[in-house]
Each structure stands twice: as C-alpha cells, then as structure tokens.
Design a protein around this ligand. Structure first.
Ligand SMILES: Cc1cc2nc3c(=O)[nH]c(=O)nc-3n(C[C@H](O)[C@H](O)[C@H](O)COP(=O)(O)OP(=O)(O)OC[C@H]3O[C@@H](n4cnc5c(N)ncnc54)[C@H](O)[C@@H]3O)c2cc1C
Length: 445
C-alpha cells in the first residue's frame, strides 16, 4: 500500500504538462482529483511524447510464447483497418486489458470482457481473489450512470412511497438489493448539501446529464434506481501478482491495473473511489519499468513464437456455428442476479457451475472463428467459471464475498484463493489454509 501511494503521489504531478489540475480550498494545486476523460487524454499525450506507437481499436487476441514458455509478444486485429491481423514481437508483455463486469451496464465497461484474464492462464499464470466480484453500484434505472458519490445523501422509498430504512454505510447495497428483490425502489437526493449541488456539474459532469435529459429534478423528484454489477472493476480479483512490480508466474508476462488482482492493496473489499486508480497508475509504472528492464536483456528469439489462444479458435470436436450472443447472455444470467452472485449459497453456486460448464463446452467444442467476439466470449466464460468455483470453495463470508449459508467470517479462510484451468477449473489456497479444500475442484461437482 505504501509503495502504491508513494508512486502515485510522485507520478501524478508529472502529468501537469498535459493536464490542467485544479486548486483545492486553500488554493494549492489539487493533484488528488482528476476527471476521467481528461485524465485519459493527458495519459495519451504523455505516452505519445515518449515516442510510443499506439494501435487504437486493435484488440489483442492472444499471447505468443517462446519455446521456453516465456512470453515474447502478442497478436491481434486492427478493427479500423478491415480487421487486418497484426503481430508484435517483444522482450516482455504487460497485460493491462482491464477487468470485467460480465457485461453489466456499468458505465464504460462494455469493452471490459476480461480478455487479459483469459490470456494470462493460457500462458500458465494463476488468477487470485476472483470470488470478490459481488460489487454492485447504484444507478438511476434504465441508465448506465454509476457515479455514486451523490447517493451518500440519498433517501429511498418503496413503490408505495414509504421511506426505506437504508442508512448510508457498507451494508447499504445489501439492503438496497433486498428491497429491489421485493419491488421497485425510488430515490430522492433532496438531502444533498447545497455546496455539493453547486459543484456536481464540475465534479461529475455526467451525473446531472441523465436527469437533465429526462427532465427530472433529483433534488425534488423521486426517480427509480437499480444496481449494476461491477465484477472485478470495482471488485478486486484478477491475475495473481507476485510482487508490486507486476510479475506473474510466467517469465516475460507482467500485469497491471484491473487486469491484476488488487487484493494486496484492497484486501477483500472494493478498491473503488481511490485505491483502484492509484493501483492502476502505480502498478502500470512498476510493471512497465520491470518489463522494460527485462526486455533490454532479452535476445531476439530465433525460434518461432507459438500462439497460445485455443478456445474460440481450435474446436475440441467438430466446428459448428455457435450462438455467441446466447453464451454471453448465459454469463450475464449467472453473474448479475442478486440471488446468484450477491446472496450466494452452495446450491446456487453449484447450479451456476453446471450452467457455465455447459456454455463453456459449447464454445470450446465448436467455435472455430477465432474472432474478437469468440475470444471475448471465451474470456467472459472463463472468468465467470473461476469466480463461481472460487466462491463455492470459500465457505465463509468476507468482504465482497457473501455466503447466505456461511454468514460469518472464518479465520481458517484468512488466505487468498488462487484459481485457473481452462478445460478443468481448479481452486487452491495461496499458502496454508485450515479450511479451503485445495487441489483440483471438479467444476461440475
Ligand atoms: C463508473 C466508474 C467509476 C469509477 N470511479 C472510480 C473512482 O472514482 N476512483 C477510483 O479509484 N476508481 C474508480 N473506478 C475504477 C477505475 O476506473 C479502474 O480501476 C481503472 O479504470 C482501471 O484502469 P485499467 O487501465 O486497469 O483498466 P481500464 O480503464 O478498464 O482499461 C483497460 C483497457 O483495455 C482495453 N482492452 C480490453 N481488452 C483488450 C484487448 N484484448 N486488447 C487490447 N485492449 C483491450 C479496454 O478497451 C480498455 O480501454 C471507477 C470505475 C467505474 C466503472
């Protein structure tokens, strides 16, 4: 945690050439608050100023390995160039393809299909903490506007107009989800302090936009709300990192940001609101630096690089047309409903495992196109399978992981749970664990 804060504190001011930082109440330059789109534009300028080539809209489809198993590049498709294939040979690779909300309507997460999660285990790396995906964020119903700060002052009502007892705090989401299971929930922001109302347009310009478009005054009118699943984006699981420098178990493969497990800085709870962006920035700096150092010493490989992506490209049995949209809907149906992913039970998780195994078999057995869509579907399915299998192993409640049948925290589970496996999912404790059933976990059992 210390190294993350330290690196973030040192790095943010270096963006001043490209980002106009505001001032705090004392008139000092305020490096703590950045607005996403402008921040990304500044990062892009920073990268370009160092002579980096950016391939926009060019998703990586798979990693490339040297004969010794180390990672030596990646290949993908250039979407804006007729899908032309590209291939990069590199001394090392940093995976930074973000997390996944399993295609919920979380703002800005539609391209976050967990592709980096699929590629790392294909290369031999492990996942960690993927049971901590049950993060949900409030939004006005029928919108993707999951910026949540203003809801710290919200008042909630049921469909009959009765005020709900949902005090702001860590358990508010749970209470809200239970209320939503009973029926529609309405919200009023009339208690938002005047100074925040006055600044909301500059702090989070897109929040009032939804209300403006709908002609709703959120400080006077009640509006319907919902919860969107955040998966690993505001949750924490991802590729296991061995050190703060982003090293994975695979030589030449590094990982940063949401693509990496954030457990070592956020524990079992969401890193949303501060830790996440600090981790994205500093883990990127650390991983990039270490990967660059390694690259300098790597001799150009004379051996052929081996592509590692199989699922969605090389069918296990006969090639057939696969309804990818139906498979993606299947993932959403297991990973979004509160009764499956937020209020977990042994029976519910076992049922999800069976469904997801069936969907995986359909894809792995028959898909042969190797398209972006088929690889994204494979990534969503793989991540959902690891997440559900790990949740089924953690027989306790801790942080974002809530088991209705094991409501207490159990010190025997005070350990990280690793997972992986493509055709056969496994879950294992990272270090000694009194309770986790380690080793191979039959996915369908
Ligand atoms: C609505 C919302 C509000 C948030 N607010 C906060 C906040 O206030 N504070 C905070 O700390 N955190 C916040 N977060 C979390 C924070 O945004 C993330 O932790 C952070 O963006 C992670 O950065 P990243 O670069 O790792 O991933 P991303 O920002 O997700 O970037 C990953 C990129 O990889 C691309 N990609 C995906 N697949 C491939 C592929 N195969 N090949 C190439 N590229 C690929 C994606 O398109 C994407 O552009 C918020 C998240 C959301 C959704």
């Amino acid at each position: 945690m210390y190294r993350i804060l330290d690196q973030t504190w040192r790095t943010l001011p270096t963006l001043a050439r490209h980002y106009k930082f505001g001032a705090d109440d004392e008139g000092r330059v305020n490096y703590r608050a950045v607005r996403g789109p402008e921040y990304m534009r500044a990062l892009r300028q920073q990268v370009l100023s160092h002579g980096v080539t950016i391939l926009d809209h060019s998703p990586v489809l798979e990693l490339l390995a040297r004969s010794d198993g180390s990672i030596g590049g990646a290949r993908g498709q250039r979407r804006q160039d007729g899908g032309r294939a590209y291939r990069i040979e590199a001394g090392a690779v940093v995976l930074a393809a973000g997390g996944t909300s399993f295609l919920s309507h979380l703002l800005g997460s539609w391209t976050n299909t967990g592709n980096g999660y699929l590629m790392a285990p294909e290369a031999g790396a492990e996942m960690s903490g993927v049971e901590f995906t049950a993060a949900y964020t409030i939004a006005p119903a029928h919108s993707t506007m999951t910026r949540s700060m203003a809801y710290a002052f919200a008042t909630y009502y049921d469909a009959d107009g009765h005020e709900l007892d949902l005090p702001f705090g860590p358990d508010q989401t749970i209470g809200l989800a239970r209320a939503l299971q009973r029926g529609p929930v309405y919200c009023s922001l009339h208690l938002l302090p005047d100074d925040i109302k006055a600044r909301l347009h500059t702090i989070s310009p897109n929040v009032p936009l939804v209300f403006d478009r709908w002609g709703i005054d959120p400080y006077r009118d009640r509006f319907e709300v919902t919860l969107h699943n955040d998966g690993t984006i505001r949750g924490i699981g991802g590729v296991r990192v061995h050190d703060v420098d982003g090293t994975t178990s695979v030589p030449g493969l590094f990982v940063a940001g949401d693509n990496a497990s954030r457990e070592k800085v956020a524990g079992a709870i969401s890193g949303g609101g501060n830790v996440n962006s600090a981790w994205a920035l500093s883990s990127g700096v650390f991983a990039g630096r270490t990967a660059a150092c390694l690259s300098r010493g790597v001799k150009r490989s004379k051996s052929r690089l081996r592509p590692l992506g199989r699922v969605g490209r090389e069918p296990r049995s006969g090639a057939q047309t696969v309804d990818l949209a139906a498979l993606r809907d299947g993932v959403r149906a297991e990973m979004h409903p509160f009764d499956k992913n937020l209020f977990r039970t042994r029976q519910g998780l076992a049922a999800s495992i069976r469904v997801l195994e069936g969907l995986w078999a359909e894809l792995a057995d028959h898909a042969d196109t190797g398209t972006i869509a088929s690889r994204e579907t494979a990534a969503l399915l793989a991540t959902a399978r690891w997440s559900v299998a790990t949740a089924a192993t953690r027989n306790e409640s801790r942080g974002l992981h809530r088991r209705e049948d094991f409501p207490s925290q159990d010190s025997g589970f005070a350990t990280r749970l690793l997972s992986g496996g493509l055709d056969k999912v496994w879950v294992a404790a990272d270090g000694p664990s009194a309770n986790a059933e380690t080793g191979q976990l039959e996915a369908a059992s």
